[in-house]
Design a protein around this ligand. Sequence first.
Ligand code: ATP
Length: 426
Amino acid sequence: MDLMEKIVSLCKRRGFIYQGSEIYGGYGGFWDYGPLGTELKNNIKREWWKSMVYGREDVVGVDASIIMNPKVWEVSGHTTNFTDPLVECKICHKRFRADSEESIASHEKEHDGKNDWTEPKTFNLLTEVFLGVIEPKEKAYLRGEITQGVFVNFRNVVDSTRVKIPFGIAQIGKAFRNEITPGNFTFRSREFEQMELEYFIKPDEKEGKKTFEYWKEERIKWYVSLGMNKAKLRFRDHEPGKRAHYAKVATDIEYDAPFDWSEFEGIHHRGDYDLGNHKLTYKDEAGEEYTPWVIETSGGVDRATLFFLIDSYNEDGDRVVLKLHPKLAPVKVAVFPLLANKEALVKKAREVYLRLKLRLNSVAWDDRGNIGKRYFAQDEIGTPWCVTVDFTTLEDDTVTVRDRDTAKQVRVPIDKLIAYFEKKLS
Ligand code: ATP
């Protein structure tokens, strides 16, 4: 099995990610997060919000709607420019992204190397929806990026809060793209989540460059601070002809994924493209009015989740260990009674479990099999610490805490356990 197959299988077996609508054969480009995947994804979003909003004085958050007045997408340029090149195989009529050399080459193999393709034509990625009760129903779009929801609220935020340029607006939410070739597990989905910051500055070339460089470094540092291997990360600048329609300068943060170096966050200098299109301006305290420039950091929650999973995957013989950062680990602590058939041990272990759960929330209970099997099961989902209540506990109120990464065990008094874990998680 290659690494991707192992990750996909682990995700399904342990409840991280399932195929969407699986009992009906799935649905291309849609995925469901199971109990552990939901925790992991929520932890990533929470850490992002902590760092981008709570950790700063110059950023506020919004949560805009997914469907907006269709005019937004005309003005933003998406109805005309949000496209990928599409080609069709004339032999079997399957359609592919013309710039996806890998899928084109693999498709040609299906026809024994024969190839006969249509000329590339542009294909719009916006997902259409139809609303209202009068026929023909009104055509609207599911948002193709969450960004526009920030721009259309720019005036509202300035008027209703105390923000002053330079400042940022952060948002996390779903976006939808009618991708021609969804694939590589959740990497290219048709429904996904983004976590974005739009940072507004006074128009100035030097300031724009400085802010762009600042956010590039901040964003890569954030991934590394949560345990991502720096050697697997790189920036890739967009060449002038290949930038999105809104970008003055753009760079991607890429991860060295098993399927290739792949983008999971974009840093874009959008200049005054968006606020200019929406005819939105800003008046500073001196009365000077201008259209601010925007530096954007646009991360994919699902791609980050996938890359954190891949990055943390380790094998030690037949033992799998997900070395997730404790802040991201879906379960923080697992509690076991040494023996499941000794009432005094189970009772004491339940007390410890409930006490920890009240404070740390995501705490697991396991009394199946032997201790070795329980460690094995917890390592595979990345639980950083396992607590065992044994016979010594009944004498001196201490428990064994076993560390996932070092496999070392220490004894900790029960009444110091919460402080012990909170310190490690802080
Ligand atoms: P790609 O070139 O891979 O199609 P993009 O350059 O169009 O991506 P952006 O428009 O910059 O992507 O979107 C910002 C982020 O949103 C991406 O870095 C990615 O993490 C996420 N994203 C975009 N499209 C998808 C998708 N189809 N599935 C999952 N995440 C996505």
